[in-house]
Design a protein around this ligand. Structure first.
Ligand SMILES: C[S@@+](CC[C@H](N)C(=O)[O-])C[C@H]1O[C@@H](n2cnc3c(N)ncnc32)[C@H](O)[C@@H]1O
Length: 297
């Protein structure tokens, strides 16, 4: 993750802006310790760097190598199970997965607010915004990752078996693939991005987001993909977005992208309803599209 320079630089910038002299900071999921080091460098009186896995030993080495061993304590264990000798003024965390809420960010932050932080603690990130982008996935990508007619034809031929039922299965329901946003920069974007959710981590208390939003097509084409991506509000002036247009070349995140191998032809002004859920009936995230006025051409 240190190779994701944009991610790390934005976090470091936000930490330098938010952490004040003499703050107590808690870094949940310290990993190599990079964010804890930045907090110490910004003047924190003490940093509690919590890490559940063995990578914490690497962090400990780096705390020493940077001369911060007296101001950063490695706390080994899950943040939800450890206790700290004092409450913190600032929470730093980077627990954003390819599925942004899939690593328990809301639950872990909520627990930290209750047990590890002062009442008005500052949070980095403070908000996670989820956006959706309607797009046209190119045929070669579709062929590679879905039960497309073209792919099934190849498999029938290569293996001498009948894979035809996969085509109708693919027609009946969408599939989720993971796509690096910077690789999708040139795919046609059929509508402006839509804000699916704004999550304020200072109050969010339960997972299970469900949302329905409308989009209006601004560029005619084949709507066969819908990407969900996040934006982190790291401080007043620092944000990090993994949108297809903003993600840097080094970005390591892959965005959840739902695809329909046969797609929906849409024209300018077509209205589409997007339903996204994080959990439903115990099942992790899903997305459905309803084209309200299909193109007739
Ligand atoms: C995405 S890495 C980020 C590492 C580092 N903070 C950085 O920004 O480079 C997340 C780390 O958090 C740890 N982690 C996730 N949830 C945790 C929790 N609740 N308590 C402690 N460690 C956790 C994982 O083991 C992993 O090392």
């Amino acid at each position: 993750m240190l190779n994701d320079r944009e991610r790390t630089a934005r976090y470091l910038e936000a930490i330098a802006a938010v952490v004040k002299q003499d703050d107590v900071v808690v870094d949940i999921g310290t990993g190599t310790g990079v964010l804890a080091l930045a907090a110490a460098r910004a003047g924190a009186r003490h940093v509690y760097a919590i890490e559940a896995t063995g990578i914490g030993q690497v962090a400990r080495e780096l705390f020493e190598a940077n001369g911060f061993e007296d101001r950063i304590s490695l706390v080994e264990g899950w943040s939800t199970r450890v206790s700290l000798p004092e409450r913190a003024d600032v929470l730093v965390s980077e627990m954003i997965g390819h599925n942004p809420l899939g690593e328990g960010l809301i639950e872990i932050t909520c627990d930290a607010r209750k047990r590890l932080l002062k009442p008005d603690a500052r949070l980095i990130p403070s908000h996670v915004n989820l956006y959706g982008q309607a797009l046209t996935v190119p045929p070669e990508k579709m062929k590679r990752y879905t039960f497309s007619t073209d792919a099934v034809r190849d498999w029938n031929q290569w293996y001498g078996l009948n894979f035809d039922p996969l085509v109708s299965l693919a027609q009946a329901r969408n599939q989720r693939i993971m796509v690096k946003p910077q690789r999708s920069r040139d795919w046609a974007h059929l509508a402006p991005p839509v804000l699916l959710a704004e999550i304020d981590l200072s109050v969010a208390d339960a997972p299970g987001l469900e949302t329905t939003e409308g989009i209006t097509v601004s560029q005619p084409g084949l709507l066969n993909g819908f990407m969900v991506y996040f934006e982190l509000i790291l401080s007043e002036n620092v944000q990090l977005s993994v949108s297809p247009t903003e993600a840097d070349e080094d970005n390591h995140w892959k965005n959840m992208t739902w695809v329909w191998p046969h797609g929906f032809p849409v024209s300018m002004g077509t209205n589409v309803e997007v339903e996204f859920y994080e959990y439903r009936h115990g099942k992790p995230n899903g997305l459905s599209l309803r084209v309200l006025d299909p193109a007739t051409a």
